[in-house]
Write a protein that binds this ligand. Structure first.
Ligand SMILES: Nc1ncnc2c1ncn2[C@@H]1O[C@H](COP(=O)(O)OP(=O)(O)OP(=O)(O)O)[C@@H](O)[C@H]1O
Ligand SMILES: [Mg+2]
Length: 460
């Protein structure tokens, strides 16, 4: 229920109005002058203020003015026993939602309140719709002025409203998942589900039941019926990530879904139609996989309808600074840090780095710098060395590696092994764009083992 603040210096008027509003289910706050009327606005969720024009502490007009400044969403209705037409006109002109002459009947005030609250709700809803629409049209939070990125955004906007299958290729961390989400958000299906499945993370038998569902008893461990992701994505978008890893047998099954838009749950022969938009991604070169006989050609053509190729970050150096700035702003806000900019040297270092982990690596580097850095600017020392020599020492990458080898040669075996292990993990993490889950998988260890090693070896 709406919350109303009654600001009236007259105890009797105050009491009567409160009783009336309470009977009608409103929540209440009370004030007798301008300063005491401002406090509940900050603490409580006040929707509407009923305010006597002759309010001590500056008057109702002053309160109206203050509310307009600091709480523009709160509606104000002014009331007066001696109010003139001029007062009313002036109040409305300054943004009052209504002006009521005293005495008023209970009906008069209740009708006025309903009308004002209904209007405010409508305005809020309009505002929400409008900003949702803005977001959808702008590809919000996606940075990229490189012509190849611009071309991708253009295609995304053009194909999003259609049901066309889209294949997104590109190395780890280049923005494939982000583009898949944008395709969904910009489509008429955006109110439907967006379901993401990492096809590389599951063995084939599980992947099948994950995607298509199964019925109870269809295999050991299938204790209940399970709805698959395709069915769950009905009316929305399914995003099949790491599609390059699926087996030839599974490729056949997927082809069938793409052709006929029907699925069968594991253990059942009934076909179930599904209305889904299919987006796929891979960091593999599928053409090569087709040539090598690892990926079915017919499936390749079926998914290669609209293909988006995400460029490497180092190949679009002009995007690095704007992206870095974007992440800086985001993480500064998220972590409550005062940092606002990069020093020119830091920007130069960022622009020259190789970024094997692409945008995700940049994102991680900036977050770390924001969290650990001090002051308002990020400098070179706040950045990792990216395989170039540490900023303080000079020299080049080869020299650094040589030094590292020499260092290892001088260490007891245990420490030398730890140093090598550290270097291997750091390299792998960098290559996976800081994605620990993926690095663990590639290293053939599980996540908790990796976390343990990160801690033990002092890797951040
Ligand atoms: N152009 C961009 N503008 C803003 N943020 C971006 C951009 N590209 C990528 N990002 C951000 O970088 C991170 C990595 O992107 P994303 O997860 O989409 O990469 P990916 O290609 O799917 O990687 P992977 O192959 O590892 O799944 C995300 O946090 C994403 O929001
Ligand atoms: Mg991804």
């Amino acid at each position: 229920m709406a919350r109303i603040l009654v600001a009236d210096p007259d105890p009797r008027a105050q009491q009567e109005l409160q009783a009336l509003l309470q009977r009608n289910g409103f929540e209440l706050d009370a004030a007798r002058d301008v300063p005491s009327a401002l406090a509940p606005l900050t603490d409580d969720d006040v929707d509407l203020v009923l305010c006597e024009l002759a309010l001590p502490g500056g008057g109702g007009m002053k309160l109206l003015h203050e509310i307009q400044q600091s709480h523009p969403d709160v509606a104000v209705v002014l009331m007066s026993a001696f109010g003139s037409v001029q007062d009313a006109v002036q109040a409305m002109r300054h943004g009052a939602a209504d002006f009521l002459g005293k005495p008023y009947t209970p009906d008069q005030i209740l009708v006025a309140i309903d009308r004002v609250l209904a209007k405010a709700a409508l305005q809020r809803e309009n505002q929400e719709l409008k900003s949702a629409l803005d977001d959808r049209l702008r590809l919000d939070n996606v940075v990229g002025s490189d012509p190849r990125m611009q071309a991708i955004f253009k295609t995304v906007r053009a194909v999003a409203p259609t049901k066309t299958t889209v294949l997104i290729t590109g190395e780890s961390g280049t923005g494939k998942t982000m583009v898949a989400r944008a395709l969904h958000q910009l489509s008429a299906r955006s109110r439907g589900p967006f379901i993401e499945v990492n096809c590389g993370a599951l063995p084939e038998s599980l992947l099948e039941s994950e995607l298509f569902g199964h019925i109870r008893g269809s295999f050991t461990g299938a204790v209940k019926d399970k709805v698959g992701k395709f069915e769950a994505a009905h009316g929305g978008t399914i995003f099949l990530d790491e599609i390059g890893t699926i087996s030839p047998a599974f490729q056949v099954k997927l082809l069938r879904v793409l052709q006929d838009r029907v699925i069968e749950r594991v253990g059942e022969t009934k076909t179930i139609p599904v209305d889904v938009r299919i987006v796929l991604a891979t960091n593999k070169n599928l053409e090569q996989a087709v040539a090598a006989g690892e990926f079915r050609e017919d499936l390749y053509y079926r998914i290669h309808v609209v293909a988006l190729e995400m460029p490497l970050l180092r190949d679009r150096a002009a995007d690095i600074a704007p992206l870095a700035q974007h992440f800086l702003r985001r993480f500064a806000a998220e972590h409550g840090k005062p940092v606002t900019r990069f020093t020119p040297a830091a920007l130069a270092a960022l622009s020259e780095a190789q970024w094997p982990g692409n945008v995700r690596q940049l994102e991680n580097v900036i977050e770390r710098a924001v969290v650990l850095g001090e002051g308002t600017a990020i400098d070179v020392v706040d950045l990792p060395t990216f395989g170039r020599a540490p900023a303080t020492r000079g020299g080049n990458a080869a020299a650094t590696a040589a030094t590292a080898d020499a260092d290892i040669g001088a260490l007891p075996l245990r420490d030398a092994l730890a140093a090598s292990e550290k270097r291997i993990i750091e390299l792998r993490l960098a290559r996976c764009g800081g994605n620990r889950e993926r690095a663990a998988k590639e290293l053939g260890i599980d996540r908790s083992t990796l976390f343990h090693k990160l801690r033990r070896l002092g890797i951040r």
